[in-house]
Ligand binder design. Structure first.
Ligand code: PBG
Length: 323
């Protein structure tokens, strides 16, 4: 018997009732905060398009990580701005590279915080592409060797999880082989499995100084129009040995987070990327949106869609609000 017997507004009448029947809850433990490590000392340079986020030198990153850990956030994901870039992305797999040094420094000052590393080459190549350029395109199989070396050097430095974001075919397999052959069979792989060639990475490329110097990333990152192909990407990465998978960006791809949740019984992460953050912050700065409500609604939607883990630039603000 529908109306007037059934009245869904009954359970919305007070915050106590709403709290009782709430289906989705956020907690700081589901967040991973992206951080940008740069050379120098005492450097804390705000990223123009991402208010509240900074390029930080290793000493500053260590302080930041202590704070992140105290807020109950599970982990950080590190992106490096190397001293110099070259055609071979040498800085990506150098045992004394910027990220490798940052990992060691953070490990020395934290106990519970998970250090995740982004395994990719675009921040380290002079041309800004994610791998070795051959005939004007990124050569897949040469790039796999760089990625395997990078992941291994991160593990050696003490990373807890490696997260390849390059979208080369076979990278999860290549990384798993390299880790296992060197005694790192316990290091999990969080694969950026369904990563789209998205305009929403714009502010990140300013933050990480990694914009491609020619062309774009459409020959390796996915076409935003393709949902079925995203499921194939996830399936293949799981077959190659991924322990967890990611959908990226998050809000424009909630349908795919939801489909992945229904199809694959593995932990699913979503990356609320730089452009998603910047859009909200720009509206907030104009007085058009309320910061806390926009932040929490976006994170709740991503969680409701099925992501148990969220990489987000809001991690600290959200954790503070949830405390
Ligand atoms: C590296 C990488 C990118 C992001 C995460 N890892 C940039 C890109 O693919 O161009 C984007 C993250 C963000 O926008 O917040 N390949």
């Amino acid at each position: 018997m529908p109306f007037p017997t059934q009245r869904l507004r009954r359970l919305r009448a007070t915050e106590s009732l709403r709290g009782l029947v709430r289906e989705t809850h956020l907690h700081p433990g589901q967040f991973i905060l992206p951080l940008f490590v740069c050379p120098g000392e005492g450097v804390r340079r705000e990223i123009g398009s991402m208010p509240g986020n900074y390029q930080m030198s290793i000493d500053e990153i260590v302080k930041e990580c202590a704070e992140v850990e105290a807020l109950g956030i599970s982990g950080v994901i590190l992106f490096g701005l190397p001293e110099s870039k070259d055609e071979m992305a040498s800085g990506a797999y150098d045992d004394h590279g910027i990220v490798q040094r940052a990992i060691r420094a953070i490990r020395a000052e934290t106990s519970r915080l998970l250090i995740v590393t982004d395994v990719c080459n675009c921040e380290y190549t002079s041309h800004g592409h994610c791998g070795f350029i051959k005939d004007g395109d990124v050569d897949n199989d040469t790039t796999l060797q760089w990625l395997a070396k990078s992941a291994l050097s991160h593990a050696r430095a003490g990373a807890h999880i490696v997260a390849p974001s390059d979208m080369m075919d076979g990278r999860v397999w290549a990384i798993r082989q390299a880790l296992d052959a060197n005694g790192y069979e316990k290091i999990p792989i969080l694969s950026y499995a369904a990563k789209f060639a998205s305009v929403f990475y714009g502010p990140f490329r300013e933050a990480a100084e990694s914009a491609p110097q020619f062309g774009d990333r459409r020959s390796y990152q996915m076409d935003p129009a393709n949902g079925r192909e995203a499921m194939r990407e996830i399936e293949l990465d799981l077959q190659e040995g991924a322990d967890m998978i990611m959908v990226k960006p998050a809000m424009p791809y909630l349908d795919l987070i939801c489909q992945a949740r229904q199809r694959f019984d593995v932990p699913i992460a979503a990356y609320q990327v730089s452009g998603e953050y910047s859009m909200i912050m720009a509206a907030v700065r104009n007085g058009w949106l309320d910061h806390d409500r926009a932040m929490m609604e976006s994170l709740t939607s991503i969680t409701r869609a099925g992501a148990g883990i969220i990489l987000t630039y809001f991690a600290k603000s959200a954790a503070r609000l949830l405390a």
